[in-house]
Design a protein around this ligand. Structure first.
Ligand code: DC
Length: 225
């Protein structure tokens, strides 16, 4: 029987990790774990309860009485309620990086992520999957693209979802999040030494997908021989 792999996909905001990871999970019949949605769900609850996102103890209190689940069909459930759309709103996107800096919050969410991936056959996307969450992942891909390319894709995405924004706002928000995510003390956004860099600035979605499939297939064949 073939060994089912653990695949880590890291990269900056709006690099297309989610779209890629979802398609790869479909192709390989693996589970998809969107770790960013866990940080987003917690942020959403904090914003709704008007909790200060800089107050780690208050965030931990929320986590202690909160359930965050990722369903097989890609939905995020917060205390059993589907919040998949709400967690993509600007009110959450603009605050989530502040929530994600807290060590105790990360420790708890990383624990959940490792638990979900423990049986293999999983694709996780985030910022620290290859470096911290699953340093022994079978495949590590670092997916990136220029801020301009990512901004244009995110702006299109927003238009499709009916979220009001301008390209300038979106690019500024991405650049700020890149800065916070990559300079934080704990588990910063960073390419793992053994990750394969995939720069999609000049690639279409199908081209990026093809490149990733080849990377994963290559490792799969090596592992199963
Ligand atoms: O991938 P995303 O944009 O949905 O992630 C939202 C935020 O969560 C991002 O700004 C940083 C944080 N995050 C993180 O710190 N570690 C992860 N593994 C995933 C996301």
């Amino acid at each position: 029987m073939s060994k089912e792999l653990i695949v880590a996909i890291d990269g900056p905001a709006a690099s297309g990790k989610g779209t890629l990871a979802k398609e790869l999970a479909d192709y390989f019949q693996y589970i998809y774990v969107d770790t960013g949605s866990m940080y987003r769900a917690l942020t959403y609850k904090a914003v709704m309860q008007q909790i200060d996102v800089n107050d780690e103890a208050a965030l931990m209190d929320i986590l202690a009485t909160t359930t965050i689940e990722l369903t097989a069909d890609g939905k995020t459930l917060l205390d059993c309620v589907d919040v998949s759309n709400e967690i993509r709103e600007n009110s959450v996107s603009s605050q989530v990086s502040y929530v994600a800096v807290h060590p105790k919050v990360r420790e708890r969410l990383v624990e959940l992520q490792r638990e979900i991936a423990s049986n293999g056959g999983a694709i996780l996307d985030g910022r620290d999957i290859g470096t911290v969450v699953l340093p022994n992942a079978d495949v590590k891909i670092y997916l990136t693209a220029s801020v301009e390319a990512r901004g244009q894709r995110r702006q299109l995405d927003n238009e499709e979802r009916g979220i009001a924004s301008t390209l300038e706002e979106v690019c500024a928000n991405l650049a700020l999040r890149d800065e916070i995510d990559s300079t934080r003390a704990i588990a910063p956004l960073k390419q793992a030494d053994d990750a394969i860099l995939l720069d999609s600035t000049n690639l279409t979605i199908p081209q990026t997908y093809e490149a990733a499939i080849q990377i994963i297939e290559g490792v799969r064949q090596t592992k199963n021989n």
